[in-house]
Design a protein around this ligand. Structure first.
Ligand SMILES: NC(=O)c1ccc[n+]([C@@H]2O[C@H](COP(=O)([O-])OP(=O)(O)OC[C@H]3O[C@@H](n4cnc5c(N)ncnc54)[C@H](O)[C@@H]3O)[C@@H](O)[C@H]2O)c1
Length: 442
């Protein structure tokens, strides 16, 4: 059975990163090191994962790349935009996620990745320019102040030039830049492509965040767009329409890397065992530039909305009112520079069991933010490219596994359960590889 055909991955795959900070530089260094055989891409399902295809006596375990045609890492070419002028080597050193000895072997390639001028509006990332939060860009490496519409045309030109200069067969645009101030969906602006284009021309700086301008430019150029931050961005009807019209995938939003990954794995355990939950308090300390940006209230709001959405879905109070009708869920992020990228999170979970007797669970995750996000970037990059070659347009729900707040069409209910999401991912890979999707135990 072969329902969807994935075209082979011929030629170069351009990956244009919006933002060249901690996550982007860690992802790029690791990818370049992995393709030289100098590092193991731990955490990347596309590289290390094996899964079952076929059932019963027919079953076999195969690597993902044996089931569907993935781009060869040697064919990947990176580009970037940022408001800082640091090239990828300088950025990786500055962010201090990786040790210099893990960066040096790919120094030449990193130095060639120089950011292009950003489409930037300080109102959407105030703390980036606030010296109280550390180094500020000098100069601010941004396109001259212009209308949203002209920014979009400039970005389209950047993509065209990058594609041509690097001989790329396909290009992906990947937002790995800062969390923007919260932009709630506005039907008058975001409700249709025509309304959105009119708002771009009217230079609507309130409802059109810079990330939306990148996304618009990418989709117009036939490039898949991945939203790694919680920005609303492509999660609007105008972008659904454009992505369908251009036959390109859109993916998002917000990498599910640390605390929310744990939440989306633990909460299904309580629901499966029918244990009640009274409260879930999640707090974090984080000291990198992302933490600095999120320390501004309207930027934190974007993250809060994203981090809060998973529990309500998994612990469904309509199905189990006795167990989940009164869950107090609180999420906090505290900017604490000494920890830099090494985020620490604490979860206190108040659960109850037999006859309502209370119990507590404490989770203390001493993680590394960009180390957890980098393999997600690699998988999303490769799977977005597969989706493009398979002609899968619009929202890619099968990639919900990787994001905190999966996008769905208007009334669709997103899946937040890590294990269901993994089943969805594997079934799509089966389907794209010409095998039957199934529910058989692995
Ligand atoms: N690390 C994780 O585990 C994780 C998880 C989920 C989401 N994220 C998201 O990933 C994103 C990147 O995180 P990070 O730690 O690399 O942050 P970072 O601050 O180190 O890097 C972001 C970069 O984006 C640049 N930038 C901001 N606005 C821009 C614009 N309009 N155009 C071009 N560049 C712009 C900044 O100058 C900065 O260099 C953040 O939005 C973060 O919330 C990270």
């Amino acid at each position: 059975m072969k329902s969807v055909k994935v075209k082979p991955a011929h030629g170069k795959l351009g990956v244009m990163c919006v933002g060249l900070g901690g996550v982007a530089s860690t992802f790029i260094v690791g990818t370049l090191m992995a393709r030289k055989g100098l590092a193991v891409p731990v955490g990347a399902f596309s590289q290390l994962g094996k899964m079952r295809v076929g059932r019963g006596a027919e079953k076999q375990y195969k690597a993902v790349g044996e089931i569907i045609p993935l781009a060869d890492l040697n064919d990947v070419v990176f580009g970037a935009w940022d408001v800082f002028t640091d090239n990828a080597y300088e950025s990786a050193l500055y962010c201090k996620v990786l040790k210099p000895e893990d960066i040096e072997p790919v120094r030449d390639e990193l130095e060639r990745i120089k950011p292009m001028k950003a489409c930037f509006d300080k109102d959407f990332a105030q703390n980036l320019l606030n010296p109280e939060y550390g180094r500020t860009p000098d100069p601010v490496w941004a396109m001259p102040a212009d209308t949203r519409w002209n920014y979009a045309q400039n970005l389209r030109k950047d993509i065209q030039d990058f594609r041509k200069n690097n001989g790329c067969d396909r290009v992906i645009v990947f937002w790995i830049a800062s969390t923007e101030s919260y932009v709630p969906r506005n039907e008058q602006v975001h409700g249709s492509l025509a309304q959105f284009e009119q708002a771009l021309k009217n230079d609507d700086r309130v409802h059109i965040a810079p990330s939306m301008v990148y996304a618009y430019a990418a989709l117009q150029e036939g490039c898949p767009f991945i939203m790694g931050a919680p920005n609303v961005c492509v999660d609007i009807p105008a972008m659904f329409e454009l992505s369908k019209q251009k036959n390109v995938p859109i993916i998002g939003k917000d990498f599910k890397s640390g605390q929310t990954m744990m939440k989306s794995a633990l909460a299904p355990t309580f629901r499966t065992r029918l244990l009640g939950v009274n409260g879930w308090f999640s707090t974090n300390i984080l000291g990198n530039r992302d933490g600095a940006v999120i320390d501004y209230p309207t930027n934190f709001e974007t993250k809060r909305v994203s981090k809060s959405s998973s529990l309500e879905w998994i612990l469904d109070q309509d199905v189990y009112p006795q167990l989940y009708s009164d869950v107090y869920h609180k999420v906090k992020i505290n900017f604490y520079p000494p920890r830099n990228d090494n985020k620490e999170s604490w979860d206190n979970i108040d659960i109850f069991g037999w006859m309502g007797y209370p119990m507590q669970i404490k989770v203390n995750f001493l993680c590394r933010d960009s180390i957890l996000a980098a393999p997600i970037c690699l998988d999303l990059m490769l799977f977005a490219d597969v989706a493009l070659r398979a002609g899968l347009a619009g929202v890619q729900e099968w990639l919900s596994f990787y994001v905190k707040k999966p996008m769905t069409y208007d009334d669709g209910i997103p899946c937040h359960d890590l294990f269901m999401e993994f089943a969805m991912l594997k079934n799509k890979i089966r389907e794209l590889g010409g095998y039957e999707p199934d529910q058989e135990l692995d």
